[in-house]
Design a protein around this ligand. Structure first.
Ligand code: DA2
Length: 274
């Protein structure tokens, strides 16, 4: 289950990217805590908890199978006959594209709920727009139609396709640099390589992550955009180029431990099933 630091990081990142009320990470943490208490940091997290297993299985499953199709070598043979970085990149991009298709509605609900700054329902206070994830899905479906559930999906696919290619290339490259030819990387190598793969990919993904989050909020507090390009141009015009780096620090820091553990579990599962 995601811990308080993981939930807080995800919430702060989304708020910094889509709202202008915060001066930085600390200001966002303090205001969220004062206004919404500790529970506020867990907003929007029930859907990601359910979806993370599905989305990660799609990503790693598609990646492994694409690599298998491209190289015709099994995972065990791959240490003796390593795939080229181009093959790793193509397999990563394919996994990234398909995981984005599955992730889109879950991510939309998460972002909409995380952006609700109202404190928990109190007697007499107006209820928040969405009462929870199911109510959020039903409201989007009713107000914006089934396509509404895929708001921001293009930006998400543009974010995830190349950056997940880079994710797997970084991981493979770091593992090969620190492992003698033909041997499997040690657990420590997997943790460090996985951590850096997560951080590097999130650093490059942040500009499109900002655009994706803004497009997901479009029509609510945010203005409507004509598309990804329109969102990029108007955000940069109004807030300067720095807008594309909002949430970069928190995104990259959160990515290290999360992806270190993700790759360790992936390698462990591959070895125990092989
Ligand atoms: C740059 N991107 C989009 C990624 N590296 N995505 C895969 C990482 C998945 C992990 N659950 C995480 O949230 O970091």
């Amino acid at each position: 289950m995601p811990s308080l630091p993981t939930c807080s990081a995800l919430l702060i990142q989304v708020r910094l990217q889509t709202q202008t009320a915060y001066r930085g990470i600390v200001d966002c943490v303090v205001k969220t805590y004062r206004h919404e208490s500790l529970l506020g940091f867990f907003k929007g997290m029930s859907f990601p908890i359910v979806s993370i297993a599905v989305v990660n299985s799609v990503l790693f499953g598609v990646y492994s199978n694409t690599l298998l199709a491209l190289t015709a070598t099994s995972h065990q043979e791959r240490r003796a006959q390593p795939p080229s970085y181009t093959q790793v990149f193509i397999a990563g991009c394919t996994g990234g594209f398909l995981q984005a298709c599955c992730l889109a509605p879950f991510d939309l609900v998460k972002v909409r709920l995380q952006n609700q700054t109202e404190p928990r329902a109190q007697l007499g206070s107006p209820p928040p727009r969405y009462r929870g994830p199911v109510h959020c899905v039903a409201s989007i479906f009713r107000e914006e139609g089934p396509r509404g559930l895929f708001r921001g999906a293009w930006a998400l696919m543009l974010r995830d396709t190349p950056t997940l290619g880079l994710y797997f290339v970084t991981y493979e490259w770091l593992c090969r640099q620190s492992t003698p030819d033909g041997q499997n990387p040690s657990s420590a190598t997997v943790l460090v390589a996985g951590g850096f793969a997560g951080t590097t990919s999130w650093m490059t993904a942040t500009p499109l992550d900002v655009i994706k989050s803004r497009m997901q909020m479009a029509g609510l507090k945010q203005r409507e955009y004509r598309g990804v390009l329109d969102c990029m141009v108007s955000s940069a015009r109004q807030e300067g180029l720095g807008v594309f780096f909002r949430g970069l620090t928190i995104n990259s820091a959160r990515a290290f431990p999360v992806n270190a553990v993700t790759f360790l579990s992936y390698e462990y599962l591959l070895h125990s099933w092989a």
